[in-house]
Design a binder for this molecule. Structure first.
Ligand code: F6R
Length: 366
């Protein structure tokens, strides 16, 4: 049942190219390079006239939502608010008719996410669910549903659900951006072409697994790790640190790189592992100077950037280079080495990878 893999998590990490292909199928017209979302088309006028978008989800799904917020604001130019679902309902949110709540949930059964959905509906907003389970509570109660076609996810740590959730966020932002005329034609075409190629690019990142194992071995006995990035890279850093904590039991924190010097830099000492993401061109120089700050404290740094970014090697100990895609798509690639890092750390430390302590796959209590 694990198809030759040692653990479900490993199988699910390696299934990502297929999960992405399945989630794209029928939604990307490969001839005309247009995004199609019949799930939304039926109520397009509501979507075209949105005042505000809210996103609510838990854990990894929340991290996919953070990328979604960034994309929707950038490409659709509608303000987006995002909360973890366990906070949304209790803050008396200013959501009403004319607004949209997007809930993201692999299982479609997470109690807090379901409660957020009900709260938004009660206040008159429309709810769009992004979920992996047909017939789940979330899918039944939402007004509209876009399924991720990741297939069953068994390991407690979410991997292929996350990357397919990201993919749906891209499709949605491109679709709505097109419908509203808020996205430039050139960027639209570049991104659609990029999405078409993304399953293959993920495969290329998976093929670089050995590099990650090497880094994991070097840091096996460490008890703390830091993930830094800016913009989309910060959102991915949050997912990377959660994965590492959850299954390797290493204390990890993600920081917006520019925020480090406001306190956390005090914890960056000799040999502390720092994973630095630098995929965004406009922020690259700024990231390099943040990396230099941690390098000066003799941290051991793994840098992640697109191929060709040679400067990275001068300020980091190890590097993972991602194949080129339009840079807004970087999160789908950049998270893969972070998933592999958490996985291998967990295996090497002898943990129960698929069933980490204290955690359940589906959290149906609030
Ligand atoms: C982390 C993880 C959890 C879930 C969260 C939400 O690897 O799996 O953080 O993402 O419990 O679950 P769903 O998506 O089922 O609502």
């Amino acid at each position: 049942e694990k198809g030759g893999y040692a653990h479900f998590m490993q199988k699910e990490i390696f299934e990502q190219p297929k999960a992405l292909r399945d989630t794209l199928a029928g939604r990307l017209d490969l001839e005309s390079l247009e995004v199609k979302l019949p799930e939304i088309e039926a109520n397009l006028s509501y979507y075209q006239n949105l005042n505000r978008i809210f996103i609510s989800a838990c854990g990894t799904a929340y991290h996919a939502g953070l990328v979604g917020k960034y994309l929707l604001e950038k490409l659709v130019r509608i303000p987006v608010e995002i909360d973890v679902a366990s906070e949304f309902r209790y803050r008396d949110p200013l959501i009403k008719e004319g607004d949209l709540l997007i809930v993201i949930s692999q299982s479609g059964e997470t109690a807090d996410t379901l409660a957020a959905l009900r709260e938004a509906k009660k206040r008159g907003a429309r709810v769009l669910a992004v979920t992996n389970v047909v017939g789940s509570s979330v899918s039944r109660e939402a007004d509209d549903v876009i399924y991720t076609w990741a297939g069953p996810e068994i390991a407690v740590a979410s991997t292929k659900a996350y990357t397919t959730q990201l993919l749906v966020m891209y499709l949605l932002a491109l679709y709505l951006g097109r419908a509203k005329g808020s996205i430039e034609e050139k960027l639209y075409k570049e991104m659609v072409q990029g999405l078409k190629e993304i399953p293959q690019k993920v495969q290329e990142v998976l093929d670089a697994e050995a590099k990650v194992i090497e880094f994991a071995k070097k840091h096996l006995t460490k008890e703390d790790a830091f993930f830094i990035g800016r913009g989309l890279d910060f959102a991915v850093s949050l997912e990377g640190q959660l994965k590492l904590k959850e299954i390797s039991y290493i204390h990890a924190e993600a920081y917006a790189a520019g925020e480090l010097k406001h306190g956390t830099l005090a914890l960056i000492v000799k040999d502390v592992p720092v994973i630095a993401l630098a995929t965004q061109e406009a922020l690259f120089e700024k990231m390099l100077s943040n990396i230099k700050e941690v390098n000066a404290r003799e941290a051991t740094i793994l840098g992640i950037a697109f191929e060709g970014k040679k400067e990275l090697a001068k300020v980091t100990d190890d590097q993972i280079y991602l194949p080129r895609v339009p840079e807004l798509l970087a999160p789908i690639l950049a998270v893969v080495p972070l998933q592999l890092l958490a996985y291998h750390m967990s295996v090497l430390r002898g943990n129960d990878v698929d069933k980490p302590r204290n955690l359940a796959k589906s959290v149906t209590v609030e």
